[in-house]
Design a protein around this ligand. Structure first.
Ligand SMILES: O=C(O)CCC(=O)C(=O)O
Ligand SMILES: [Fe+2]
Length: 188
């Protein structure tokens, strides 16, 4: 596990081999086939370039890109994955899943810095390898991480306040990738 101390108190943990490939593949197939995937409109009425699904504790909902996502009840598989990540760091009550179907699916620069969002976010990648980039708001310093089948990233400390992150589009022919971000939503 690589621990990267970022400017101004941000912390990023990076473990490319967090889960073994066969288990990751099993999770990928299970989640792709059984999650309730949908494509939602983003901020300006365009559809978001990816599919999403969200699961969590009862009564949890999360407003994201202007869209409210109400959590479906946890599944066995998601609880199993959640426990594995919690064993490294964090305590989570919500999971947003993103499915990037091709290289044209992506997620633009953003920070998960909503006031109700806990500062520790556990992010697991399954399937095709994509780039995950982070960029410091003021200095524009950028770092790129390859996120492949079974890669874990934990974002913590003040990272969301000082850095944004993205999953850029790629012209390469890439297969599908599923990303799970486990979060803690604190209700007022
Ligand atoms: O797909 C990823 O690796 C990042 C997802 C993400 O940043 C998010 O869901 O907020
Ligand atoms: Fe994010």
């Amino acid at each position: 596990m690589e621990k990267i101390d970022l400017a101004e108190g941000g912390v990023l943990l990076y473990e490319p081999e967090f889960l073994p490939p066969t288990l990751s593949e099993q999770y990928f197939v299970e989640l792709r086939n059984h999650c309730q995937w949908e494509q939602k409109p983003g901020l300006f009425g365009h559809m978001q370039p990816r599919l999403i699904a969200s699961y969590g504790d009862e009564g949890i909902s999360y407003k994201y890109s202007g869209v409210v996502n109400t959590a479906l009840p946890w599944t066995e598989t998601l609880l199993e994955i959640k426990e594995k990540i919690e064993a490294i760091q964090g305590e989570y009550n919500y999971c947003l899943l993103n499915c990037y179907r091709t290289g044209s699916d992506s997620m633009g620069w953003h920070a998960d810095d909503e006031p109700e969002m806990g500062n520790v976010i556990g992010s697991l990648s399954l399937g095709a390898t994509r780039k995950f980039r982070i960029r410091h708001n003021a200095t524009r310093e950028t770092k790129t991480f390859q996120v492949g089948n079974g890669t874990l990233i934990i974002m913590a400390g003040t990272m969301q306040q000082f850095w944004q992150h993205e999953v850029p589009k790629t012209k390469r022919h890439v297969g599908e990738r599923i990303n799970l971000t486990f979060r803690k939503i604190v209700k007022e």
